[in-house]
Design a protein around this ligand. Sequence first.
Ligand code: G3I
Length: 395
Amino acid sequence: MNRRLLLRSALYSATAATSLVACDQFKKTGLVDTAIAQAPTVQPPAAAAPPLQGQPSLKRRAAAKGLLYGAAAQPQILTAEPDFANSFAQECAILVSENQLKWEALRPTPTQFNFAGGDALLAFAQQHQMLFRGHTLVWHNALPDWFRETLTRANARHFLQEHIATVVGHYAGKVHSWDVVNEAIAPEENRPHGVRHTPWLELLGADYIQLAFQMAHQADPQALLVYNDYGLDYDTVQDASKRTAVLRLLERLKSANVPIHALGIQAHLWGSETRFSPEKLGQFLQQVADLDLQIFITELDVADVELPANVAERDRLVADHYRRYLDIVLAQPAVTAVLTWGLSDRHTWLTSFQPRPDGLPVRPLPLDQQLRRKPAWEAIAAAFDATSVRQLLSI
Ligand code: G3I
């Protein structure tokens, strides 16, 4: 197992902005360039691009194409850091809870629910006219300590039903979408249908997946219900087998009339990876779209752990990776939302989960630690500018 696979296996044990914004100012630069190029005598200086800080936000660039852009957030950070909160409100049209809606955060004891963190995030989103995503109802990680000693085969269905009815019910009518089941597929474990060995599989069998979607739909019939997973992005044997297993899962759910509305592709990317296949990834996205599902890019970031130390070079490589990936996925019109897993390098899970061996701070997100727009921001903005307009009814 190579270093990256080791890292991956160690690490892993979704209508505020619907108004279309004309982006004519971006086209003007090209017109000016053309006119100048035709002038016979004087050699003009290259037209300076508008400074990044003064350009329209990612949410406006996305909205111009009927797309949503947003990011994951934590309430204590939005409260403690007004500059960060301002940048978040400026750039994002949708907010997803990074940790506060996981069992570990919501369920201090078997009989209690603590909605403080989730409610604070929802309030921030509402205050800034953002949509709100829930993450996640069913996952094998971030379970409370009491989970293992309390749940049995006899009571697991009751706990799942109570959890989903209470949590989805609490936010009913206020969420854009829920990651109902997270990371349930692991073909490398060689189980039937490629299902991952999880406490839920042990307790309820593989039907837990469809049960969770049915319970969530009952609790909030308006919410878009999402199956969310990682490892679907590259032209590798491992990612190809995961794409196949996830596609089969989605086919089974759709053919059983399970209420599922979107695939969430986490897209935790690797800046050093070169194995892109627009054809293979594009074909997978089309197959998902053919199932009448939307596709959300839910947790996008680009790890720089294996990239050179030089900041300018590293930022360029990270930005190139964002652009290359987004050009592929945004070519599929069913992709209607893009969220990054955090907004600024100041706060990213990669700082602790994938620190650089040289000890330098990681730089995987659109804004730097000082909240300045990076080449990654520019790459995302350019990818949004380059894509076609989505149907507004999809968001
Ligand atoms: O809750 C404790 C807190 O009380 C304590 O003070 C703090 C000190 O270390 O730890 C806190 O728990 C941490 C939690 O984040 C909240 O900050 C956990 O140790 C830490 O493991 C947890 O990591 C999160 C991880 O999921 C596991 O839940 C990351 O922030 C979060 O970015 C990451 O997100 C996952 C998605 O949910 C699913 N897809 C992959 C993605 C990245 O791993």
